[in-house]
Design a protein around this ligand. Structure first.
Ligand SMILES: Nc1ncnc2c1ncn2[C@@H]1O[C@H](COP(=O)(O)OP(=O)(O)O)[C@@H](O)[C@H]1O
Ligand SMILES: [Mg+2]
Length: 481
């Protein structure tokens, strides 16, 4: 554990928490579109309709922000393409910048190069932030002189840095590393700089006003600052937010810090996690750290199996648990790994602790608004006939399929050198690209030619197709109409 002085954690790490934001299909979603009283606006922050679910999401967020909901879980239940994922992402964007939000698809848990429970544990720990307060010592002042002596070969450098405030002046000896840092920042006499003593990081704060007449040495964007007052060495409080998972990775000897960027972290030993938990608890008691429970979103949660569900149940009891949001488009479905059927494919003991929010199919007006928002987002102009036919198609297929068609239709429009996407482009795109229903029809026409696997848990619209499944069960989908 000695390795974890918080200042050694790069502060850039916390940005990684929200990198899911650029998820293409949802890039127009910028929040939940609620007013101060948590009432959903007609159309705001890219969100349209689905008022009840948005309001419920807003209420739950409020409880998260007040720290009242860690260890709870909620479930978005509704037909495909009714905005479950979109609302979850809207929630993520409403959270503060240092509240972690993690998103996984349930099926990822099975495909990673680690056990299911390890994958879930990592997802949980990614969703818990630790805000660490630290005092560091900094050297701050105006550079009077930098003097560097190179050895004959140039391999070693030594030097002296003279730095002052309005009240004092000090000379520091410089080693190789510090000389490199100063030359990288192109520090010269007259610059006001800050040096973090623990990390050795050099920051240029600006040029001293006293030098404002040295015209030749500066560009147009030079920023002038006062020469600092008082002591040259000062203590300063800095705050970093990192997730428990990031602390795990950095301290796992076999992984190291680079694993964070490679994204390939492998399994982490339970003993290490215990050590880190007790260290964090210690920091909390000493007032050095604060726990920030974040949000873990598990999409298509019915794909988890019974082992994962019992893990979830236990993990939610844990003192360090995030808010878990799940989404499912199944009605009554088989719980994977068992022969039992239950609502949304979730076992009863888990269902029991979950707040369920249902999403409804969209009205044609809402569909049109969403199509328009997507067109704006993708810089596509659409004729009113084009909009008409897209929204009609949405009622026959799904909203997601129709939104995907937009960019294909635009390509076709560009090919015929038209400014706007018209009904003919949409019709042709519709012919080129099958939606799920037509694809299934096509497959059943081809059953003699396509290889189909027996007993595979592959259901379209909730109905098993091809041969009946070996356990004779069938999954009841949520009605789309
Ligand atoms: N209320 C909404 N406002 C704006 N866009 C939406 C809304 N609901 C869904 N969408 C968009 O429609 C598409 C399908 O929605 P999605 O959230 O993926 O549905 P689900 O997760 O329920 O299957 C996505 O591109 C999503 O961003
Ligand atoms: Mg979804």
């Amino acid at each position: 554990m000695e390795r974890i002085g918080a200042s050694q954690l790069l502060s850039g790490v916390s940005y990684m928490m929200l990198s899911h934001k650029d998820l293409g299909a949802h890039s127009h979603i910028r929040g939940l579109g609620l007013d101060d009283r948590l009432e959903p606006r007609e159309s705001s922050q890219g969100m349209v309709g689905q008022a009840k679910a948005r309001k419920a999401a807003g209420m739950i967020l409020k409880m998260v922000q007040e720290g009242r909901i860690a260890g709870r879980a909620m479930l978005f239940a509704g037909p495909p393409s009714t905005g479950k994922t979109a609302i979850a992402l809207g929630m993520a964007q409403t959270l503060g910048p240092d509240v972690p939000f993690t998103m996984i698809a349930a099926s990822e848990v099975f495909s990673l190069s680690m056990s299911k429970t390890e994958a879930l544990t990592q997802a949980f720990r990614r969703s818990i932030g630790v805000r660490i307060k630290e005092e560091t010592e900094i050297i701050e002042g105006e550079v009077v002189e930098i003097q560097i002596d190179r050895s004959l070969t140039g391999a070693t450098k030594t030097g002296k840095l003279t730095i002052k405030t309005t009240d004092m002046e000090t000379i520091y000896d410089l080693g190789n590393k510090m000389i490199d840092a100063l030359s990288k920042e192109k520090v010269t006499a007259g610059d006001v700089i800050a040096i973090d003593k623990t990390s050795g990081k050099v920051t240029k704060l600006g040029r001293s006003f006293a030098r404002s007449r040295d015209y030749d040495a500066m560009g147009a964007d030079t920023k002038f600052v006062q020469c600092p007052e008082g002591e040259i060495q000062k203590r300063k409080e800095v705050v970093h937010t990192v997730s428990l998972h990031e602390i795990d990775v950095i301290n796992s000897r076999t992984q190291g810090f680079l694993a964070l960027f490679a994204g390939d972290t492998g399994e982490i030993k339970p003993e290490l996690r215990n050590q880190i938990n007790s260290k964090v608890a210690e920091w909390r008691e000493e007032g050095k750290a604060e726990i920030i429970p974040g949000v873990l979103f598990i999409d298509e949660v019915h794909m988890l199996d019974i082992e994962c569900f019992s893990f979830l149940n236990r993990a939610l009891e844990n003192e360090l648990a995030p808010l878990v949001i799940m989404a499912s488009n199944r009605g009554v479905a088989r719980i994977r790994g068992t022969n039992l059927h239950s609502p949304h494919g979730l076992p009863p003991d888990l269902l029991d602790r979950v707040l369920i929010v249902s999403t409804q199919p969209y009205t044609p007006e809402d569909v049109k608004k969403i199509i328009n928002i997507r067109c704006e987002e993708e810089d596509v102009s659409l004729t009113s006939e084009g909009l008409e036919i897209l929204s009609r198609l949405a009622s026959e297929t799904t909203l997601r399929y129709v939104l995907n068609l937009i960019s294909c239709a635009q390509m076709l429009a560009q090919k015929r050198k038209a400014e706007a996407v018209d009904s003919e482009d949409v019709k042709r795109a519709y012919e080129y690209f099958h939606d799920e229903k037509r694809s299934v029809e096509w497959i059943s026409d081809q059953t003699n030619y396509l290889v189909s696997e027996e007993g595979v848990d592959f259901a379209v619209g909730g109905q098993p197709f091809g041969k009946p499944k070996t356990d004779g069960s069938s999954e009841v989908p949520m009605d789309e109409s």
